[in-house]
Ligand binder design. Structure first.
Ligand SMILES: [Zn+2]
Ligand SMILES: [Zn+2]
Length: 303
């Protein structure tokens, strides 16, 4: 578990958190994918942590057909690639998180770990480089050079291996766009946990960048996010959990997991005034276009 991620929870007050998983939502009629999750990060209280297979089984039971498992450092990226290699419901994204890059640079390890990420990029079920990008919420001025350099290297790797790019953008919209415009964004670029307003949504639309909405779009105070959702062309929409963080309403503060995607999907359909099955079909097809086929026949992996 990366501390960069723990610190980014920003939800719940940490004291009286209810650590039990929310109940299973009603299954989706048309299945979708969770295109951003961290199944290796244990949550759910002392006894409640779920094995990745349990996550996937619960997800399958409510119409979440597959997930993109996202690494945030070399170890979790290696784990993500290994799980994807043997589990048809999982594809992997690999990267050094923007909050990790300055720490690695300080230890003189950034280049070595970037080389490790590049080695994983060649594997057939690694379909995205990410999450990478910029995080000015957690990293001050002194860490920014390392963050930008790491981001640029990840972009190069994505282009060289013809993979999607998963962007983490926290309080850094202008700078992220500046880097992408300057070095040239990969053809398939996804803003994970889209956090901009309608202006950023318009800018992403012009450039053909995908916008992936997380549980935040269901939050009461997220009117701007919902405006962004309405502005975004349907062909550029995706849905994700960013589990175990950002649990959708009405379960904020409790652990998140891929099986809760239907809550966010239905809330998005509500905002758009469209049928959830229509939206799910569009989003599933967008997701397959970006990452390729999952090969989603569920299989039993014994080990
Ligand atoms: Zn992120
Ligand atoms: Zn994430």
């Amino acid at each position: 578990m990366t501390d960069a991620h723990l610190r980014s929870r920003g939800d719940g007050d940490g004291s009286n958190r209810d650590l039990t998983y929310p109940p299973l939502p009603e299954a989706l009629v048309v299945p979708v994918y969770d295109n951003h999750t961290h199944m290796e990060i244990a949550d759910g209280g002392p006894d409640g942590a779920l094995d990745y297979r349990e996550h996937l089984d619960r997800a399958s039971s409510v119409g979440v057909r597959g997930v993109v498992q996202v690494g945030t450092d070399l170890a979790t990226s290696q784990w993500s690639a290994a799980i994807a290699a043997r589990e048809p419901r999982v594809l992997a994204a690999v990267a050094l998180h923007p909050n990790e890059a300055p720490l690695l640079a300080e230890q003189g390890l950034l280049d070595e770990h970037l080389a490790g990420i590049e080695a994983l990029a060649a594997l057939p079920r690694v379909r995205a480089i990410g999450e990478t990008g910029l995080d000015f919420f957690r990293t001050g001025d002194d860490g920014r050079d390392a963050q930008v350099r790491s981001f640029e290297e990840h972009i190069r790797i994505a282009k060289e291996h013809d993979l999607a790019l998963t962007i983490h953008d926290r309080d850094a919209h202008d700078a992220v766009v500046e880097v992408l415009d300057r070095v040239g964004a990969p053809e398939k670029t996804v803003f994970h946990c889209f956090s901009g307003g309608p202006d950023l949504a318009r800018l992403c639309s012009e450039r053909g960048w995908y916008m992936s909405f997380a549980g935040t779009v269901t939050f009461k105070n997220a009117a701007l996010l919902r405006e962004a959702l309405e502005v975004a062309p349907r062909r550029l929409l995706m849905v994700e959990t960013d589990a175990p963080y950002l649990t959708p309403t009405p379960y904020r503060g409790r652990p998140n997991a891929p099986y809760l995607i239907p809550l966010t999907l239905r809330s998005m359909a509500d905002t758009l005034g469209t049928d959830p099955s229509m939206l799910a079909a569009q989003i599933a097809s967008n997701t397959e276009l970006v990452y390729g086929a999952w090969d989603a026949e569920p299989v039993t992996v014994d080990e």
